[in-house]
Design a protein around this ligand. Structure first.
Ligand SMILES: [Zn+2]
Length: 254
């Protein structure tokens, strides 16, 4: 199995995965989306809320704000040494204390734990008018996207990688998107893989067919949480590894 980076940005990673099967690629994709522990606001204590929004609506809005965190700093509450009571190893606390008139933004969430903060300080939470006030304590915990979408780590997808071959007699497919194939040299080659989003999986240009290789995958991972895309990929591998270990342990006991 080989991994080659195609492009890398702060919020998005594109890479080529070779020499594996659709089953493995899909297992990785599903874990990246829904089974990596992600920190999100899970419980809110309201001390004062005279804003136009109900406590429940505000709690929901806080839950959806992505939070930057270091996965090494937090345990799942259910697996923490505090036995689910809640402690600084499994909870990140944020305080908001604002008086109107003003708009309360995610940047107003003051973190009690080091290394945690909203991914962007500009998410609006609620508008406060004259004499309205908001005072609350929010606890963020690790959770999985399968339980609630606020814990989703990434949007992850893949497609089979394009390969080129000479067209057989009578073969006819739609013309390839411009820029996908370079047929000018001695050997035709894929010029830009990002153009290979083919409907029906095949296309043609200048007597050559471009089709998809079922052992090569072009992966796209875009973070929607406080984790970097490259961390999401390595954490997904760890989750799969832990599951394989558990399977081996159970199988050994049979
Ligand atoms: Zn704990």
């Amino acid at each position: 199995m080989d991994i080659t980076i195609i492009s890398k940005k702060a919020d998005r990673l594109e890479f080529l995965l070779e020499g594996t099967t659709p089953a493995f690629a899909n297992a990785m994709r599903r874990i990246m989306v829904a089974e990596i522990p992600v920190l999100s606001v899970d419980e809110v204590d309201f001390h004062d809320n005279t804003s136009a929004l109900y406590d429940e609506v505000l709690a929901q809005r806080l839950g959806l704000i992505p939070i930057v965190f270091d996965p090494k700093d937090f345990n799942l509450t259910s697996e923490c040494s505090c036995k689910g009571k809640g402690c600084s190893n499994c909870e990140a606390v944020f305080i908001i204390e604002k008086k109107g008139p003003c708009t309360v933004y995610s940047g107003d969430m003051k973190a009690a734990n080091k290394g945690t903060k909203p991914t962007d300080p500009r998410f609006p939470i609620v508008q406060l008018l004259e004499k309205q006030a908001l005072k609350l304590e929010a606890k963020a915990r690790l959770g999985l996207g399968v339980r609630h979408a606020k814990h989703q780590a990434a949007i992850a997808s893949y497609q089979y990688y394009p390969v080129v071959r000479k067209a057989k007699d009578g073969e006819k497919y739609e013309r390839c998107p411009d820029g996908l194939l370079n047929t000018k040299g001695a050997k035709p080659a894929i010029a830009d893989v990002t153009k290979a989003d083919l409907e029906g999986g095949k296309c043609m240009a200048d007597g050559y067919v471009v089709e998809m290789d079922g052992s090569k995958f072009q992966f796209r991972v875009e973070t929607v949480s406080g984790l970097a895309p490259e961390d999401i990929v390595t954490l997904a591998a760890k989750v799969l590894e832990a599951r394989a270990d558990e399977f081996a342990k159970q199988a050994k006991a049979l």
